[in-house]
Ligand binder design. Structure first.
Ligand code: ZN
Length: 210
């Protein structure tokens, strides 16, 4: 199945929304969607605020370029997530400021880098495993992200940014936005001994909103 105009338009629209909110500065960040045998991803070296629907890159699920401009150098990350989550059809990845800032801090949990500040974080993100630094586009980073993705649909990469996969591009974008907002709250609360949701409250949110 190939990618229709509606899918292309949605990629352009959500890319612009992320850019307008300051979540994909410069030419950073990438979005993708997939069918059974192909992936459509934002092209390499492109600003998400100015995507051209006719130039979006198309590759096979194995990463062979078959249409549009050359794909993002971070395609391997998207492939790793799709491999681990066969039911997910969209990935959003951003280098948003607060998420990157948090990813550089010492003492983060590798199982869940951010605390459950609000129920919305628990609902939209769930858990945020932290992956140690490896060069962008490297097989090592792809392997580590792929392993972390077994535990969660969202991942934070040290000194780099966040990733989320979901059954729809809209949900994946919602998740990276939620990660950014929670990271911002975490930084704002630093040093103030804030109260977070307790284990019971988190379990209840997970029960009510699986
Ligand atoms: Zn990146």
């Amino acid at each position: 199945m190939s990618f229709g105009d509606a899918v292309r338009a949605q990629l352009v629209q959500l890319g612009a929304a992320l850019y307008d909110r300051g979540l994909t500065p410069g030419r950073t960040g990438n979005l993708s969607v997939r069918t059974e045998d192909e992936i459509m991803i934002t092209p390499t070296n492109t600003c998400l605020g100015r995507l051209d629907p006719d130039r979006l890159a198309v590759t096979t699920v194995d990463g062979n370029h078959v249409g549009g401009d050359p794909p993002s150098k971070e395609l391997v990350l998207h492939q790793a997530l799709y491999r681990r989550h066969p039911t997910c059809t969209a990935v959003a990845h951003v280098h948003s400021t607060s998420a990157v800032a948090v990813s550089c801090l010492p003492g983060l949990s590798s199982d869940d880098a951010l605390p459950p500040i609000t129920p919305y974080y628990v609902m939209r993100v769930g858990r945020l495993p932290l992956v140690e630094y490896a060069p962008p586009g490297s097989a090592e980073l792809s392997e580590e992200v792929s392993r972390a993705a077994e535990r969660s649909r969202s991942v934070l990469m040290r000194n780099h940014g966040s990733l989320a996969t979901a059954p729809s591009l809209e949900s994946a974008v919602d998740a990276v936005e939620e990660i950014e907002e929670t990271a911002r709250l975490y930084l704002l609360l630093d040093g103030r001994s804030p109260g977070y949701l307790g284990e019971e409250a988190v379990a209840e949110v997970r029960r009510r909103f699986p």
